[in-house]
Structures are given as C-alpha cells and as structure tokens.
Design a protein around this ligand. Sequence first.
Ligand SMILES: [Zn+2]
Length: 104
Amino acid sequence: MSVPLLGREQRWECPNCPATDVTREAEPHTRFHACAGLKGLTAPMVPAGTRAKVEAIERGDYLNGDLVTRDGDGRPVMAVETTRDDGNDVAVFAPCATATVRGD
Ligand SMILES: [Zn+2]
C-alpha cells in the first residue's frame, strides 16, 4: 500500500448546486453544506464523479412544537436523502443534533 492515510485529498460536489469542496480527512466522512439547490438546507455533498441524487424529505405528521428544520419556503424538512447506485444515506434533522443513518 503506497497510499498515505493522511493528506489524501477528497473532492466533493453537489448534484443540486455548483458547490464543490476539498477535504483531507483520514476517516470516512461526509461533507455538508448549505445547499442553494435545496433552498438553503444543510445537505451532504457527494464524492466528485459519483452519480447520486440528493433530495429533501418533507416532515410528515411529526410536527409537535419541536424546533424543526425548514427549507426556504418554510416547509418542515425531516431529512435529506442521498441515493447512489450502491445504496442510500439519510441525514435526519433532529431538534438539537444532526445524525447520519446508514441504510442499504
Ligand atoms: Zn448543493
């Protein structure tokens, strides 16, 4: 193995807006950004060159007075789902934290 664990460059892009970024984390991670294409929602970016779809999932009947994440139109959004050829990730907005759930 000649690939160094540290300093490896990861390029990110967004299917919904022109945002791009570069990170150099050794551990698996996901880059998030405020996405102009999703009305300002905090959305995950995908590794550059990945065919993926990132969509906002509206919050259904779960409004109960909690602080919720809303998109630019004021609609409550429950999660942002990333769909790839090999599976999908769902980033769920919780009142005080953002958790990422891995789903296959
Ligand atoms: Zn974006």
